[in-house]
Ligand binder design. Structure first.
Ligand code: AMP
Length: 398
C-alpha cells in the first residue's frame, strides 16, 4: 500500500529536487501538500524552489562528484531532475544502487542530450521527426547543412531555451549559425544537430502522465516561441481528430520507451494531419504553466502525484485558458512588478511571480494566466493583462 509517514521522521518521504527554478518551485509546493520533505538544489542561492523548500544545497549539478556527495548525504526517497544540466550518468549509477529517479535515470540521461532522444525516437521507435544530422567539427557541420538543405535549424546538442540555436535561411547565415552554436551550448558541448526546417501549421506540447493508473493525456497546449523560448501558451489547442490521435500515439510510444512515473512534455509540430516529433522533457514543461489555471491538478500536481506512486484516474479540464511569459531584460537584482491592481482587475486572471534573485541578460520572471469562455477570449485577456503590467528595472541594490 502507498503510504507517506510523518514529515522529517524516518517514516516520512524525502524528495531531492535537482533544479530550483519556477517549475521546481511549483513541484516543491505540490510535494509539500502531501507532507513530503523537500530539499532543493541549484547552482545559485535563493533560487525559486529553495525559497519554499525545507532545505537547500548550492553546487554545480554537472559535477559528478558533487552530485553523488549531496545525494549520498541526503539519501532521498525520490530524486527529481528539474533541469537538463545534470551529471546524469551519476543518476544512472545511483539508480542501480537502489535510488529512485523520476521518471527514470535513463530518461534524464537520454533527454539531457538532443542526440540521445532523437536517435531513440527516430531510429529505434520509428517516430516521424524532421530530417537531421549531427556534427562535431566545422567540416562535418558544412557537410550536414549541405545534406539537410536550406532552410535548416542548428542547435547545440546540449542546450535549452534557445541558447545557441539559429535558423539558416540562406548561405549567408551558415558562418553565423556555427559561431552561435559554439557559444550557446553547455559545458562539454560543441556538437550540434542540424535539422530540416519544418513549416508547421502550429506546435504543441502534449503533457502526458505516466502513473499507477496508466497513461493519461492533458488537453494539447499550443504555444508560440520567440528566439527558441516560449512566450505564449494556451489550452486546448484545436486539432483535427486524426492529428490528435497521432499525437497521442507518438506521446505514448516515446514515454513508454522512457518509462517510470511522472509527467512528460512531448513537443510536436503539426502540419495538416501530419504530426512530427521534436523532443520531450521527462518533467513539467514551461508551456504547461497554463495548467495552473486550466486544470484541477496542474502539471506540477500531476507530476508530484504520479512520482509518489499515487493514482491519476482523471485530469479535470476547466476550460479555455492562456499563459503569457513575462521576460525581463537587464542586469540587476532589483525589479518591480508594477501596476498589479490593473493587471489583476479582470475576473479570471492570475499571476505568479517567480522570485528569481537577479537578471543578467533576459530572464523569465513571472507568468500571467487567464481563463475565459473561449480560447480567443482567454488569449486576449492574458494579452490585456500583460499590456497593463509595468516592469521597473532598477539599479542593483548591492
Ligand atoms: P527546441 O529547443 O528544440 O524545443 O526548439 C525551440 C523552438 O524552435 C521550437 O519550439 C520551434 O518553434 C522551433 N524549432 C525547433 N526546431 C525546428 C525545426 N526543425 N523546424 C522549425 N522550427 C523549429
Amino acid at each position: 500500500m502507498a503510504k507517506i509517514g510523518s514529515v522529517m521522521t524516518p517514516a516520512g518521504r524525502k524528495a531531492l529536487l535537482l533544479g530550483s527554478g519556477e517549475l521546481g518551485k511549483e513541484v516543491a509546493l505540490e510535494l509539500q501538500r502531501y507532507g513530503v520533505e523537500v530539499v532543493a538544489c541549484d547552482r545559485y542561492p535563493n533560487a525559486p524552489a529553495m525559497q519554499v523548500a525545507h532545505r537547500s544545497h548550492v553546487f554545480n549539478m554537472l559535477d559528478p562528484d558533487e552530485l553523488r556527495r549531496v545525494i549520498e548525504a541526503e539519501k532521498p526517497d525520490h530524486i527529481i531532475p528539474e533541469v537538463e544540466a545534470i551529471a546524469t550518468p551519476v543518476l544512472v549509477e545511483l539508480e542501480k544502487e537502489g535510488y529512485n529517479v523520476t521518471p527514470t535515470a535513463r530518461a534524464a540521461w537520454l533527454t539531457m542530450n538532443r542526440e540521445g532522444i532523437r536517435r531513440l525516437a527516430a531510429e529505434e521507435l520509428g517516430v516521424t521527426t524532421s530530417p537531421y544530422r549531427f556534427a562535431s567539427t566545422r567540416e562535418e557541420f558544412d557537410r550536414a547543412v549541405k545534406e539537410i538543405g536550406i532552410p535548416c535549424v542548428v542547435k547545440p546538442v546540449m542546450s535549452s531555451s534557445g541558447h545557441g540555436q539559429s535558423t539558416i535561411k540562406s548561405e549567408a547565415d551558415i558562418d553565423h549559425a556555427w559561431a552561435v552554436s559554439q557559444e550557446g551550448g553547455r559545458a562539454g558541448a560543441g556538437r550540434v544537430i542540424v535539422e530540416g526546417f519544418v513549416k508547421f501549421d502550429y506546435e504543441i506540447t502534449l503533457l502526458t502522465v505516466r502513473s499507477l493508473s496508466g497513461t493519461t493525456f492533458c488537453e494539447p497546449v499550443g504555444h508560440i516561441q520567440e528566439d527558441g523560448d516560449y512566450r505564449y501558451s494556451w489550452q486546448p489547442q484545436p486539432m483535427s481528430p486524426v492529428a490528435l490521435e497521432k499525437a497521442r500515439e507518438i506521446a505514448r510510444k516515446v514515454t513508454d520507451a522512457l518509462g517510470g512515473y511522472g509527467i512528460f512534455g512531448v513537443e510536436l509540430f503539426i502540419k495538416g494531419d501530419e504530426v512530427i516529433f521534436s523532443e520531450v522533457s521527462p518533467r513539467p514543461h514551461d508551456t504547461g504553466m497554463v495548467t495552473m489555471i486550466s486544470q484541477d491538478l496542474s502539471e506540477f500536481g500531476l507530476h508530484a502525484r504520479a512520482l509518489l506512486g499515487l493514482p491519476v484516474p482523471e485530469i479535470r479540464f476547466f476550460g479555455p485558458s492562456a499563459s503569457r511569459a513575462v521576460v525581463v531584460e537587464g542586469d540587476t537584482d532589483t525589479i518591480e512588478m508594477d501596476c498589479l491592481e490593473k493587471v489583476l482587475e479582470e475576473p479570471g486572471v492570475q499571476m505568479r511571480i517567480f522570485g528569481k534573485p537577479e537578471i543578467n541578460g533576459h530572464r523569465r520572471m513571472a507568468v500571467i494566466l487567464a481563463t475565459a469562455d473561449s480560447l480567443e477570449e482567454a488569449r486576449a485577456k492574458a494579452d490585456r493583462a500583460y499590456a497593463k503590467l509595468k516592469v521597473n528595472v532598477l539599479p542593483r541594490s548591492k
